[in-house]
Each structure stands twice: as structure tokens, then as C-alpha cells.
Design a protein around this ligand. Sequence first.
Ligand code: HEC
Ligand code: HEC
Ligand code: HEC
Ligand code: HEC
Length: 287
Amino acid sequence: MAELKINRQILSLPGRGLVVGALLLVAAGAVFFAADGARAGIFNTKHNLGSTGLNAASQFSGTREICVFCHTPHGGNEAAAVPLWNRTLDPNGFQTYDQMGTTTLDAHVEQIGSVSLACLSCHDGTQAMDSLLNEPGSGRVFPGFSGGIWSGQAASVGGRIGPPGVITNLGKDLTNDHPVGIQYAGGGYSASNPSGPGADKDFNQANTAVVGSERVWWVNTPVEGSLAFEKTDMKLYTRIGTRGRYAGEPQPYVECASCHDPHVDYNPTFLRIDPKGSAVCLTCHAK
Ligand code: HEC
Ligand code: HEC
Ligand code: HEC
Ligand code: HEC
């Protein structure tokens, strides 16, 4: 599966990310295994927080590792909805979109969770980015957040994602952000009714499949031309609904990573597809 992904990335990328990545690797004098699809994508992005990163404001000098800021091969956070997650999650204190009192909203909004909570472990601006469960190297397990091992440039902003007011720091108030933890299409899709239709007709039809033992949903884009799920489709995240007609059942939700894939360098701002013509918005909204 990983190999398929790599091939897809190379094909859709005409080599740009790989070439730039390779040049940088040479410049850094580093010996890397450059055939890693995820790294070929993420190396050249703002999500490379190691010393080879491009973004001086959020670069840690203490390691050349990239994945470690989010994943660990051992001792991952089991409470996280993300594989082998290397960070602490704090679901408390968020204000969600529905708390704004908009009258046009159909869907139920759940507590901040799923993959969005993982994104917000950096993007709410409250946690230092080098607060990891398992730091790089040997034996550095859970240092008790005693300042971490790094004191690179990031220390100048407290190791956090940027000062409040900078847009990448979304903060805890999410009422001015596109809703997350929100049912797709106002509800209507569930494990017992997987093909919907959605209650709100202003949304395009979601696709569905059973992967392993889990029911999953996504909204297809024309990028790959296939009806199966691709990373260039808008991924919906399965959560157990707490309210409405299908309460208690798995249902599709919109989360941060529905629109963004945190590993890719082929679109601006980690978007799953090129946003020109508002293609991102129009994938879901039938407007
Ligand atoms: C900035 C945080 C971040 C970094 C850095 C990061 N990841 Fe991820 N990764 C995530 C998140 C969030 C998800 C869940 C995304 C989803 O549900 O599609 C994920 C999911 C994955 C998955 C499973 C889903 C998939 O897309 O295949 C793999 C495999 C993965 N990451 C590998 C890597 C590797 C390898 C690296 C380093 C080269 C890396 N990641 C770096 C945040 C990160
Ligand atoms: C380990 C910390 C960390 C995690 C986890 C993380 N990010 Fe980021 N992200 C960053 C940093 C650092 C930047 C660069 C900040 C800046 O330039 O102000 C960034 C930038 C971004 C940007 C702007 C990119 C640009 O080109 O301007 C987007 C979009 C983004 N992240 C989305 C996400 C999403 C979605 C997730 C979860 C799937 C996520 N991030 C998880 C640290 C993180
Ligand atoms: C419905 C789709 C969607 C969802 C859900 C979403 N985003 Fe975004 N996000 C976008 C788009 C589109 C942009 C690019 C906006 C632009 O180019 O003006 C963006 C931009 C960003 C940026 C960069 C802002 C900048 O101007 O530098 C960050 C950081 C970001 N998103 C983080 C997140 C996080 C964290 C979440 C979850 C809490 C999230 N996004 C949920 C669509 C989404
Ligand atoms: C992954 C699917 C998806 C994508 C992509 C998406 N949206 Fe949404 N959006 C939703 C859902 C679901 C809602 C909740 C609607 C409801 O229940 O009334 C929503 C709500 C909204 C609302 C608030 C509606 C209200 O009544 O308060 C606005 C505005 C909006 N989206 C604009 C956008 C824009 C602009 C983009 C592109 C940057 C975008 N959306 C991309 C799924 C999506």
C-alpha cells in the first residue's frame, strides 16, 4: 500500500518535490533514504520541523528527524485517532463553530476530537512543539516536559507555533474557523444507512466502503479519476454520533484532515487538491 502511494505521488508530481528534496539533502550533507514517499512530500514543507526544515521560525536544531514531531515507532498515544501519535492531546477549552449561534447550520458538532485534536496539539498554540512522548534518540522517554532537548530558534516563540494572532495559531476559539467535528451533509449517513442521502441537499454525495472492520466515507474529486478512496479525495472521519437520528452509530464527520493532508508538498497549505476555482469547497458544497 505504501508503495502504491509513493508511485502515485511521483506520477502526479513530475518529480518536483523529489528533485528539490534531493538537492536539499545533498546540500545538508545528509544521507537519507530518499525513496520514502511520505518524506519526499513532507521534507520540503513547513511540517519539517527538524534542522533541515525550510521555515526558520519553527525549526528545531536538535534533530534531523521529521516524523518524530508527530509520530513515534513505539509508545504512541493510544487515545489518539492518528497512528502512533507522539504528542499529548488536550480536548479541553475549545469553543466550537456552533457556539456562534448560526441559524443556518444543520449538522451536529461534536467535541473537538479525531484527527482535528491531533492537528490542534500544535495549532491551538498552547503546547510546545518539542513536547513529545518519545524524543529522538535512545532512552529519552517522556522527559516530563522539562524543557525538551531543544533550544533552537523555536525557543524564541516559546517553542510554540507562533504568537496568538498569527493565523497558523488557531487558538482555542474555533468559532471563526470552518467547522470541524461536524456531521457531513447535516447527517443522514450512518453504519446502518451508509449511502445516505445526506439530510442537507446542498452537499454532494459521499462515497463509502468498509475498510478492515470500519465503515469509512469520503467525497470523491476528479483528480485521480477513480471511485476508490485516494488521498486527493476529501476524507471524512468516522466517529460515533452522539445526537440526532443515528445517534450511537458510526457516521462521517468533517475534520481538519478532510481538506488538508499534513504530508503533501504539491498543493499550497497542505490541501488535498489544488484550490483553484474553489475546487476544495465545491467538492463538498453543491453551490
Ligand atoms: C505535522 C505532523 C505530522 C508529521 C510531521 C508527519 N505526520 Fe504522518 N500523519 C499525521 C496525521 C495528522 C495523520 C493522520 C492523517 C489522516 O488521517 O489521514 C498521519 C498519518 C500518517 C500515516 C497513516 C495514514 C496515511 O496517510 O498513510 C502514515 C503512514 C504516516 N502518517 C507516516 C508519516 C511519516 C513516515 C512521516 C515522516 C516522514 C510523517 N508521517 C510525518 C501527521 C504528521
Ligand atoms: C508538530 C506540530 C504540528 C502539528 C501536529 C501539525 N502542524 Fe501544521 N504546522 C506546524 C508548523 C510549525 C507550521 C508552520 C507555522 C508557520 O509558518 O507559522 C504549520 C503550518 C501548517 C499550515 C500552513 C502551511 C503553509 O504553507 O502556510 C497548515 C495548513 C497546517 N499546518 C495544517 C495542519 C493540519 C491540518 C494538521 C493536522 C492534520 C497539522 N497542521 C498538524 C506544526 C504542526
Ligand atoms: C473545509 C476545509 C477545511 C477544513 C475542515 C480545515 N481547513 Fe485549514 N484551510 C483550508 C483552506 C482551503 C485553506 C487555504 C486558505 C487560503 O488559501 O486562503 C486553509 C488554510 C489553513 C492554514 C493556513 C492559514 C494561512 O493563511 O497561513 C492553517 C494553519 C490551517 N488551514 C489549519 C487547519 C486546522 C488546524 C484545521 C482543523 C482545526 C483546518 N485547517 C480545517 C481548508 C480547511
Ligand atoms: C469535506 C467537506 C467540506 C469541504 C471541503 C468544505 N466544506 Fe464547508 N461545510 C461542510 C459541512 C459538513 C458544513 C456544515 C454545514 C451544515 O451542517 O449546515 C460546512 C459549513 C460551511 C459553512 C457554514 C455554514 C453555516 O450555515 O454556518 C461555510 C460558510 C462553509 N462551509 C464554507 C466552505 C468553504 C468556503 C469551503 C472551501 C474553503 C468549504 N466550506 C469546504 C463541509 C465541507
